[in-house]
Write a protein of this length. Structure first.
Length: 309
């Protein structure tokens, strides 16, 4: 049955939106147009207690971050596909740990009183309003970006700081860069931390040079490191991230290089150097393009932000 449902969905997506391509490294991730939206397709049979069980790979979910994306849940006898906007549940996944197989577990309960999506240890969510292509239509329409978007290094730092603040992190930006932050591109929604956690003293000189650091609010744990390679060599940014990984393994959940799309292939070549494969950075470091930073910020800003004095 999944061999019938999935192809039928893909055919319908092509009819409605045109160009569609499968992303490398996954049999379930598809991109509509030129990053107009990404669709992560999962199928399940309906089990004894009217439950559908799904596994969501951590590696696949990482490719949805910062982009207009939906989780598409399919099951037998379904009248319309269920499209769940990933951005609405991104923070939920950050509170959970994947199972030993690297997948987050999810269940859907199709009910006449309201279909529910359930994540163990996170709770139940009513998703009755997420059936049908109107959900995807609205997401694509709201996610159109300006052509030839050009951002400066300070502007990208400002946007990533704002995104981190909205997501509940404290933000560190190198002291020398703070005067250049561009508050014309976003409201002043955050103030930079004065210091990084002292538990990282052994790698502090390197950490203080990283372009944007998210720190768990009220704690000493690092949430994410972002190296913005606007004109500097991608290799130098990877070395800084690698130094942190070697000195403080398992202490950071996200390592990211941010740059123009034209430097994506350079990022791939540099990341596959033996030194980064040996350290493990090649398995966990991701690439984020400037346009996607802008889109990520815009979608989160729509939730509402408070300006600080």
């Amino acid at each position: 049955m999944p061999n019938l449902l999935k192809p039928a969905l893909l055919d319908e997506l092509k009819k409605r939106y045109g160009a569609l391509r499968k992303l490398e490294g996954s049999e379930s991730l598809f991109e509509i147009g030129d990053r107009a939206a990404r669709v992560y397709i999962r199928y399940s049979k309906i089990h004894a207690r009217s439950e559908a069980f799904y596994g969501l790979r951590r590696e696949d979910l990482k490719q949805l971050e910062g982009l207009p994306s939906v989780l598409c849940f399919l099951w037998d006898g379904q009248k319309e596909p269920l499209f769940v906007p990933f951005a609405e549940y991104e923070d939920v996944f950050h509170t959970l740990a994947p199972a030993k197989d690297g997948q987050y577990k999810a269940m859907v309960y199709p009910q006449t009183v309201g279909t529910e999506l359930y994540f163990p240890k996170a709770g139940r969510f009513n998703v009755e309003g997420n059936f049908g292509y109107a959900v995807l239509d609205a997401l694509i329409d709201s996610a159109k970006l300006k052509e030839l978007l050009v951002l400066s290094h300070p502007q990208v730092q400002t946007l990533l700081g704002a995104v981190g603040s909205v997501k509940g992190y404290d933000v560190w930006i190198p002291t020398k860069d703070r005067s250049g932050l561009d508050w014309n591109i976003t409201k002043k929604t955050f103030q930079c931390r004065e210091n990084l956690p002292s538990v990282f003293d052994s790698v502090m000189p390197v950490l203080q040079e990283i372009d944007v650091v998210w720190v768990h609010r009220g704690g000493n744990e690092l949430g994410a490191l972002f190296e913005i390679e606007h004109s500097t060599p991608v290799y130098s940014g990877l070395l800084r991230l690698n130094d942190v990984l070697l000195v403080a393994p398992k202490c950071v959940s996200r390592y990211t290089v941010v740059s123009n799309d034209s430097r994506r292939s350079l990022f791939v070549r540099q990341l596959n150097r033996p030194t980064f494969r040996t350290s493990g950075l090649s398995e966990i470091c991701t690439f984020l393009e400037y346009a996607d930073v802008f889109g990520w910020h815009r979608r989160l800003s729509a939730v509402g932000q408070k300006e600080i004095p």
